[in-house]
Design a binder for this molecule. Structure first.
Ligand SMILES: NC(=O)c1ccc[n+]([C@@H]2O[C@H](COP(=O)([O-])OP(=O)(O)OC[C@H]3O[C@@H](n4cnc5c(N)ncnc54)[C@H](OP(=O)(O)O)[C@@H]3O)[C@@H](O)[C@H]2O)c1
Length: 303
């Protein structure tokens, strides 16, 4: 059973591994409410109690299917934490009013999006709301205002951001206390290790959430890319020293070793893979092993 993790002081307590549902709906497996309910219950039993959504997933349909899954078991909502995101406007027949893909972080849009997420998820409150992407037009005063109102109304308990630079994070945090920055980090995407994102969050005592912690499926399936082949070879060498360890466990253990103490948001749609990920928490790499993977990724020795 996983131990829960606090994102920051006075922030929410989420599960150590978060289950991302981006491909549970029509963007992937197209699970029914019953199938989703089974996965949610499995997660809860294992201590994976936090589920990561966005309004846009499944072209604005996955929250609704997930809400139907929750409605099948009225006690289930209280056992989980719901994270969702807003601010991206996608072109889709489900939103015919949007003519181009764009961002909207206005007071009106955030309010509208939250009300829809609450309705779709069949819940009275969201545990965490994230601004999905930084918009060049975002006004921190407006965002701070609507965050304050939604919190006072009890509709959203905590607020964070996703894919924000360190400066963008600081700008919004100056108006409203943020609890996380959800960013992409994996062996194919080292930016947050290098551009100050993780350092800044450590400085603030805020834990990042990490999307694509396994780099999507490419780290397992790509047979062509020289960088991926190098990483896989390095991970296989590390796995070989731990009988039974799998590549996904080594990739995850590598990420978990970083002092930012990230909360990985796993995108798997299968119970077995979540079980494997949970077991990865027991794996500790040596520093040399960690750097062997880093070096395989960058393609050069550290200076
Ligand atoms: N904030 C943002 O901007 C943002 C952007 C993208 C995603 N997200 C969030 O992050 C979550 C995770 O993203 P992600 O899906 O890219 O994460 P991921 O966990 O890195 O990748 C999951 C993918 O890898 C496959 N996979 C896992 N282990 C495998 C193995 N051993 N062999 C072959 N394939 C394997 C999974 O397939 P199976 O399903 O078959 O296991 C799935 O297709 C999303 O669900 C979403 O909640 C956030």
């Amino acid at each position: 059973m996983l131990q829960p993790s606090q994102l920051t002081q006075n922030g929410p307590t989420l599960s150590r591994l978060v289950w991302g549902v981006m491909t549970w709906g029509v963007w992937g497996r197209n699970y029914s409410p019953q199938e989703m309910q089974e996965l949610i219950r499995y997660g809860v039993d294992q201590g994976v109690t936090t589920f990561d959504h966005a309004d846009i997933y499944g072209h604005y349909t996955t929250e609704e299917t997930f809400g139907k899954a929750l409605a099948l078991d009225p006690g289930l909502r209280q056992k989980i934490q719901l994270v969702t995101k807003c601010g991206i406007k996608l072109i889709t027949p489900n939103r015919p009013q949007y003519k181009i893909k764009s961002y909207d972080t206005s007071i009106e849009h955030i309010r509208w999006s939250v009300e829809r997420s609450l309705k779709n998820l069949q819940t009275d409150y969201l545990d965490v709301l994230l601004i999905h992407r930084p918009s060049p037009l975002m006004d921190p005063d407006d965002i701070g205002l609507i965050f304050t109102r939604l919190k006072e109304e009890g509709k959203v308990l905590h607020f964070g951001v996703s894919n924000f630079t360190t400066d963008q994070y600081a700008m919004l945090h100056s108006r409203f206390p943020l609890v996380t920055n959800q960013v992409e980090a994996n062996l194919l995407h080292l930016d947050p290790f290098l551009d100050g994102t993780f350092d800044n969050l450590i400085l603030r005592k805020v834990r990042p959430m990490v999307w694509s912690p396994l780099g999507g499926a490419s780290l397992f399936t790509d047979q062509e890319d020289a960088r991926i082949l190098r990483i896989r070879e390095a991970a296989e060498a590390v796995a070989k020293k731990r009988s039974g360890a799998t590549l996904d466990q080594i990739y995850l253990a590598w990420l978990l070793m970083h002092p930012a103490r990230v909360l990985p948001v796993l995108g798997t749609t299968r119970k077995e893979r979540m079980a494997t990920a949970i077991d990865a928490l027991k794996i500790e790499l040596t520093r040399e092993e960690w750097f062997s993977l880093w070096t395989a990724s960058t393609g050069e020795e550290v200076p």
